[in-house]
Design a protein around this ligand. Structure first.
Ligand code: ZN
Length: 153
């Protein structure tokens, strides 16, 4: 079953289900965690309060950026550039696919693309690792929990 739900697609087109911080939460790893932009119902982290639409209490987190009159604004373009450069993902392309083909099809495409062939878990867009079965990711978790345990004694 596809673990990516509609509410995990952020207004800016970022797929929270593929975010390292969300995957840490989902797989209960001892590292920085996040439940996803829409579920957290916070102001947008990336647009830093510069966006009147996603941060507007009446429309907040219910829209996609392509529904905005300012789309694609310079703030969105900056995030897109960063994602293309470091993570080989275009969030504007994500938004365009959602607009053209709908959220359901987008979610299916994302799952086919980022599904781990070994365990069926999701591969992070940030480090290219499966957070459910990658040994290095689990090692990080182990060493962190060991350190935390040691300092609490
Ligand atoms: Zn896996």
């Amino acid at each position: 079953m596809n673990p990516i739900t509609e509410e995990l697609i952020a207004p800016c087109g970022i797929n929270c289900a593929l975010c390292s911080r969300y995957l840490a939460y989902k797989n209960n790893l001892n590292r920085s965690q996040c439940i996803g932009c829409r579920p957290a119902d916070r102001n947008c982290t990336y647009l830093f309060g510069k966006c009147a639409e996603t941060n507007n209490p009446t429309t907040k987190m219910r829209i996609f950026c392509y529904e905005c009159n300012h789309y694609p604004c310079q703030h969105l373009k900056r995030v897109d550039l960063r994602y293309r450069k470091y993570y080989h993902t275009s969030i504007i392309e994500n938004l365009e696919r959602i607009r053209q083909f709908g959220i359901r099809q987008f979610i299916e495409e994302q799952y086919l693309k980022q599904r781990c062939s070994r365990c069926g878990g999701l591969i992070s867009v940030h480090n290219g690792k499966c957070f459910a079965c990658d040994e290095v990711t689990k090692l990080v978790e182990k060493s962190n929990s060991h350190r935390r345990h040691a300092t609490s004694e």
